[in-house]
Design a protein around this ligand. Sequence first.
Ligand SMILES: [Zn+2]
Length: 122
Amino acid sequence: MTFYDTVYNDDDKYVREIERLKKSQQEKQKKIDELFKQKKNEYSQNFTRSFKRKIIERDKECQLCGKKEDLVVHHISYNRRKTDKNECVTLCRSCNCRVNKKSEREYWRNYFVNKLHYQLNR
Ligand SMILES: [Zn+2]
């Protein structure tokens, strides 16, 4: 084996490794795109930026802790396909995490319906 053979063989090794990584990158990107699509499909088409802005303008602050920044719109019924102003409430990002815990959803659903008198259109 000459010096040049060794270099070419090594090159092949790198090219193969690069190709392998490119392929796995493409597969990852495909999975990411698919997950984004699935997430988007979970929401109603009416859940737009302007809808969310209206809810936040109505509530003005997090309805749990009163924070005025980093606000998001929470679905009281946890049904993201139902986008109605009576189904949605303004929370800050950290309270939203709190109320989205699977084990506590029933509690928080009742909390918003009873204490804040939001009416769910079931
Ligand atoms: Zn909060």
